[in-house]
Structure formats: C-alpha cells, structure tokens
Design a binder for this molecule. Structure first.
Ligand code: PAF
Length: 287
C-alpha cells in the first residue's frame, strides 16, 4: 500500500522537493480544492503512470471565488480526502493554510486577453485571475514536471496553458477526460451540494449536450445552441447561464462548423444555487 505523507508548510515541501531533485525523480502534480471524487482520482492515476512521484494539493483558494457564499458553501473534508488518496499513487499531499500560500495578499493581475473575456471569465469576474494566482504559486512551490487537469474545466485548461506560456514554467500540462456518473452527470465536488430534485434533473445537461452531437454538421450552430438551451430550460430545476459553441483553441464563438476543426460546446447551468459546468468536444461526435 502507498504510504502518503501529509505536508502543510512550504518549508517541509521545499525539503522534500530538494530530496526528490537529488534522486532525479520526475514530479507529477494534481492541484485540487479537495472534496475529492473519481474525477480527481483519475488525474492522480494518470500522474502515477507518467511520473515517478505524485504530489496532490488540497487548497480551497479564496482568490478565485467571486461569490463569498460559494466559498463558504464549498465542501471541505480533509479526513475523507486522505482516505480516498490512500490507495492511489499519491505520495505527497500538500494541504497548506491560506497564510502559507498567501503570506501577503496577491495583487498580481494577469492578462489573458480574449481567453478570459468569455464564458466563465465573463460570468465570474476575477475568477481566472485567482486561478492563475494560486496555480502559479503552487507550481513555484511544487516544481512539477507535469501537471494534470480535468477537461470539465475546459476554459481553465486554456487559461493555465496560457499562464504557463507567459511565465515560462517548464511544466507540461496534461488534459484528462471528463469522468461522469453512470447517469452522465460530470463529476464535480459541487454535486454533493445538490438537493435531491436538482440532482435528479442535473443529468439532463450531459444528455442534451450528447444529443446535440446529432446536429453536426447538418444543422447550423445557431440551431444547435437554441436546441440545447431550450431543452435544458424545459426542466424547471435547471436555469442555463450560458451555452457557447467555440473554437477550442481561442474560445471565441463560431458561427459555422467549418470555422475550426476543433469546436467545443461549453455550458454553465444553475441547479438551485449550485452552478454546474460541462462541455462537449464536437469533433468527437460519431459521424
Ligand atoms: O480546478 C480546480 O479545482 C481549481 O480551480 C484549481 C486548479 C485547483 C485551482 O484552485
């Protein structure tokens, strides 16, 4: 069985990092905010396959929450997370305090251009600046060779890739597939906050995205958008915030399927006060 070490301070992490460097070990990193589920564990497994040592961080980053209620409600259970990580390749679990990550407040402002002005960036102002603040700090502390992120947070992946480019981190970003519940709902820490009726309605999001694959390429992008929004709105427990069909590299909206070989549909939906996101890569639709 894997013996996992819990580390809470920068100093301890620095010591372990120097040791790993001396041993010439490659480090795979999985940053999380805890409330772990199979989606996170699949990232840890992927990191274990690619790297000698796997570091997981659990840190609910206050700077990426634009809604204080969302930060307060965010599920936290370190004991349970540690149990879940026990039978995985995770060797080091870094679970720092807010003071440890931000001894002083982080005033850095990132410029991600158009990548940050759409979808999540538009509806959650400051969110990606906070994500970039924490991920860059964690990368500096952990010094990973590769870092693993889930494709559910499609826009986050694009932002992190851009941050890595701008800051010249040598870290390779590895995108891993969305892991879904048997009924199709994309796994998310927020799913535990859903009421029974909202949990029952939530799989309609993934089901509708999947059905929208049949629209490609015969129906227009505009018709596909209208179908997805209308279909989800029909359930009184679900209120879509946006559904955008975008170029998967630039994240800018497209008007036709011919505009890019890499087109993705990204959605955010309120199920009660829980905000869920999901996406579909249209190039993966069976023709
Ligand atoms: O995706 C998440 O859980 C968070 O945004 C991350 C990358 C751990 C940064 O806090």
């Amino acid at each position: 069985m894997n013996v996992m070490e819990l580390i809470k301070t920068r100093q301890e992490l620095d010591d372990r990092r120097s040791q790993l460097r001396k041993e010439n070990k490659s480090v795979g990193f999985v940053p999380t905010m805890g409330a772990l589920h199979q989606g996170h564990l699949s990232l840890v497994e992927a990191a274990g396959k690619h790297c000698d040592v796997v570091v997981v961080s659990i840190f609910v980053n206050p700077t990426q929450f634009n809604d204080p209620g969302d930060l307060e409600r965010y599920p936290r259970d370190l004991e349970k997370d540690m149990q879940l990580l026990e039978n995985t390749p995770c060797e080091l679990l870094f679970a720092p305090s807010v003071k440890e990550v931000y001894p002083e407040s982080d005033t850095r402002t990132f410029d991600f251009g158009q990548l940050d002005r759409v979808m999540e960036g538009k509806h959650r102002p400051g969110h990606f600046n906070g994500v970039a603040q924490v991920v860059s700090r964690l990368f500096e502390m952990v010094g990973p060779h590769k870092a693993f992120f889930g494709q559910k947070d499609f826009q986050q992946l694009a932002i992190i890739r851009e941050m890595v480019r701008q800051m010249n981190f040598g870290t390779e970003i590895v995108a891993c597939s969305i892991i879904r519940e048997p009924d199709g709902l994309a796994m998310s820490s927020r799913n535990t906050l859903l009421t029974k009726k909202h949990r029952k309605s939530a799989p309609l999001i993934a089901k509708t995205l999947s059905e929208s694959c049949n629209f490609v390429p015969s129906k227009s992008v505009a018709d596909t958008k209208a179908f997805v929004l209308k279909h989800i709105e029909q359930d009184e427990n679900l209120i879509p915030e946006y559904f955008e069909i975008v170029n998967g590299d630039t994240l800018q909206s497209v008007d036709s399927w011919e505009e890019s070989p890499y087109i993705v549909g990204c959605i955010a939906v309120f199920a009660g006060n829980v905000r869920l996101i999901d996406n579909i890569i249209y190039k993966n639709c069976a023709k």
